[in-house]
Design a protein around this ligand. Structure first.
Ligand SMILES: Cc1ncc(COP(=O)(O)O)c(C=O)c1O
Length: 464
């Protein structure tokens, strides 16, 4: 191992070669890297990042997947993790540790209607825990016998593992990875711009929410135990349901004894301008999953948070042969990383102390307004969002809403990057519809930084 601590000490070409020779990047067709160079990010502060060639960008993606909530380069998180690692770096989640206890208590303070926190290491895994709880109860709880199925929404994404992918409504993420796990079924999405029922709000009776009941009846109410949704759909195209949506969904879930599982992996920790995405609605989920912004991705950590009455169903007597296996038999090695919980505590402290949720609401509304001011430009079909989480959908024809091609979308992304701003997009998710640009800057964003984003998109559209 060398003792270089500064990226400037490295030979740029050697690193570029190393990237090409050794790394298999996420969700990328690699043939292009035989000729093109992959971007290598080397440092970041706030919203600014720098690549290995010394080019600076405004990161409008919070680290690419909307997760660095408090911005890049926070010394206090690094210092807190360093101090904790010196005391105790790890002990498995089969026992307790101080940062874990403190952060779980913090989460319950933030989610007062829930009461038990299970730590793991990724958003996919957090969702798997929710599915496993639903499934185990379908065996051990006489009131929930056979209720093992989990319903998910078209265009929602819940992770990369086979279980989470089975519960995912994005065909391109699933293609060629089958066969999928049995026990998952889809219900329609809720994007008004492309209403699956061809209707318009408010005269639609919110059929998208009501359609959940049809799917429960079709699958058999005695077989359905859970329904998982993103409060605001992220990777499927920044889709914000109308206010009436979740109360209807919840009423249907309660009617049929279906647990409502809210996947807050993206929306949690202030992304949408409220602490939790579901706080935007009058809804009271039974299980909540979270990752990404939990520790602002300074360290990997996820959590699945349950209602007390769900936890209580697993309180079995180990001395009784008939029930000795009825505890939640699940483990996650990295659910015991004390550094990750310390990072989460410090990141959450920063979010609260610097009032970043309120900043997300105010600066996010400003960003949305700025992006909406481009609505009359060519290609701009729809602009939508909540808080510092916005999407812009591009179409060839505003009347027919025919999407631009993926090639055109790629070119547009390149033009925005050339303006010095990194934005995101629907990526390998929706056949024919990977044409939604997304904006999710860190919650420390300022209005003038939002002006930079809007200007970059405007210039890119002008040059297109
Ligand atoms: C809503 C949602 N849930 C779950 C996941 C999976 O999280 P991870 O990549 O940490 O497994 C993602 C990832 O993007 C996500 O957007």
């Amino acid at each position: 191992m060398d003792n270089k601590t500064n990226w400037l000490d490295y030979d740029v070409d050697e690193m570029v070669r190393g990237d090409r020779d050794y790394l298999w990047h996420h969700i990328k067709p690699h043939k292009v890297f035989q000729t093109a160079e992959q971007m290598i990010i080397v440092e970041g502060k706030g919203l600014r990042v720098k690549d290995i060639r010394g080019r600076e960008y405004l990161d409008a993606t919070s680290g690419g997947v909307w997760s660095v909530m408090v911005g890049h380069g926070r010394d206090s998180i690094a210092a807190a993790v360093y101090e904790q690692l010196k005391i105790l770096s790890y002990y498995a989640g089969t026992v307790g540790n101080i940062p874990g206890i403190k952060f779980a208590a913090k989460l319950i303070e933030l989610l007062p209607r829930l009461s038990k926190v299970f730590f793991s290491n990724s958003g996919s895994e957090a969702n798997e825990k929710a599915f496993k709880v639903v499934r185990q109860l379908s065996h051990i709880d006489p009131d929930r016998k056979g209720k093992y199925k989990v319903l998910f929404r078209d265009r929602d994404y819940h992770g990369t593992t086979i279980g989470a992918l089975s519960a995912t409504g994005q065909m391109e993420r699933k293609q060629d990875f089958g066969p999928f796990a049995e026990g998952f079924a889809e219900f329609p999405h809720m994007l008004c711009y492309r209403c699956p029922f061809g209707k318009s709000y408010p005269g639609c009776d919110i059929d998208c929410a009501r359609s959940l009941e049809d799917v429960i009846l079709k699958e058999g109410p005695d077989t359905v135990g859970g329904c998982i949704v993103e409060p605001i759909t992220a990777g499927g195209g920044i889709m914000v349901p109308v206010q009436e949506y979740y109360p209807i969904l919840q009423t249907i879930c309660r009617k049929y004894g279906v647990y409502l599982i809210m996947d807050e992996v993206v929306c949690g920790f202030g992304r949408t301008g409220k602490f939790w995405g579901h706080d935007q609605y009058d809804v009271d989920p039974d299980i909540i999953t979270m990752a990404k912004g939990l520790a602002s991705s300074y360290m990997p950590l996820s959590a699945t948070v349950f209602r007390q009455n769900i936890f209580d169903k697993f309180l079995c007597d180990p001395g009784q042969p008939a029930e000795r296996m009825n505890y939640f038999r699940d483990i996650s090695t990295y659910g015991g990383c004390t550094g990750a919980m310390t990072a989460a505590l410090e990141s959450t402290r920063i979010i609260e102390e610097e009032q970043l949720v309120e900043n997300s609401r105010v600066v996010g509304a400003y960003l949305l307004e700025g992006l909406q001011s481009l609505s009359d430009m060519k290609l701009v079909g729809d602009v939508r969002g909540k808080g510092l989480f916005c999407g812009m959908e591009f179409v060839k024809d505003k009347q027919t809403k025919e999407s631009i091609t993926e090639g055109e979308m790629g070119r547009l992304m390149g033009l925005v990057a050339a303006e010095g701003v990194l934005v995101g997009r629907t990526n390998s998710s929706l056949p024919g519809n990977n044409t939604i640009m997304n904006f999710a800057p860190a919650l420390v964003a300022t209005k003038s930084e939002m002006d930079e984003i809007v200007t970059a998109v405007k210039r890119a559209l002008e040059k297109f």
